[in-house]
Unconditional design. Structure first.
Length: 275
């Protein structure tokens, strides 16, 4: 409890963010874990150490949906324990992208969140399943939107297809979220959709949108990377290319309040007329 209290008092003005944009071997958790271990250590050893690292969607299995019941970790325990230990050892917040986990006989696409003390502060299971890829045939949808605190700052979670639903991002912003973390496996040819939707979610909610997408070819799909950090004005702070890389940038956490004061979108809402 003492750690959590100290964390809430910190309220930093800036964070250094690292996005682990990487390839994912379809249906090979062992290879994927080894790759992620190397990349996380590389991110943590940067000259300017990150405050927070974000991983891509389903980095442990990829979209091996026909095998997902056998590949998914029981309650995600192995990956959760490893990520928690890394976060504590390095003193870095870790947004664990998402992992395939099995609970009560159902497989979920779940984003675990760890603070810099290695405590799991939230877990979000993807609520919008992408029927064009038959996610609904193999995965169970989550049933709640999730916000969480890191260093006293409120953030929200989204996974891939979720960004096509503005209601989700708005509901998180109305709860007070100042950052939206997105883990994804978003393929060609929809790069323009990816960039446009992320920018729109940032502008309309006056929040940082921090999104990590995978790269490489898998299951006949080419994934384009372009992991992004977008500020509350909708300006791109950092954007990756299409190769495996760690995308980094520093963000000014005071900018959210500045933008919200300058254009009072939330005060000017008329929700009684929207239904």
């Amino acid at each position: 409890m003492k750690q959590a209290t100290n964390q809430a008092k910190r309220l930093p003005d800036r964070w250094r963010i690292a996005l682990v944009q990487c390839e994912i071997d379809l249906g090979n958790p062992g290879n994927n874990r080894a790759r992620m271990e190397r990349l996380l250590e590389r991110a943590a050893s940067a000259a300017e150490k990150p405050d927070l690292i974000l991983l891509p969607e389903l980095w442990n299995t990829g979209y091996a949906l026909t095998e997902i019941g056998e590949l998914a970790e029981p309650e995600g325990r192995e990956s959760r324990e490893w990520l928690a230990a890394f976060a504590q050892r390095q003193g870095i917040h870790v947004i664990g992208g998402s992992i395939a986990e099995i609970r009560s006989g159902q497989v979920y696409n779940t984003m675990p969140v760890f603070n810099r003390y290695g405590e799991e502060v939230a877990a979000y299971s993807k609520i919008h399943l992408f029927r064009l890829m038959e996610e609904d045939q193999f995965l169970q949808a989550g049933e709640r939107c999730v916000t969480f605190e890191l260093d006293g700052l409120l953030a929200g979670a989204a996974i891939c297809y979720d960004i096509r639903f503005p209601e989700l991002a708005r509901s998180l912003a109305l709860r007070g979220a100042k950052l939206l973390f997105v883990a994804a496996e978003w393929p060609h040819p929809r790069l323009n959709h990816w960039r446009t939707l992320l920018a729109a979610r940032a502008i309309e909610n006056q929040m940082y949108v921090i999104a990590c997408n995978r790269t490489g070819i898998s299951g006949g799909e080419a994934f384009f990377g372009h992991s992004m950090i977008i500020d509350p004005w909708g300006d791109i702070v950092a954007e990756g290319g299409e190769a495996e890389e760690i995308v980094t940038a520093s963000i000014d956490l005071t900018q959210v309040d500045q933008v919200r004061r300058r254009i009072p979108v939330f005060a000017d809402r008329r929700p009684q007329l929207y239904e």
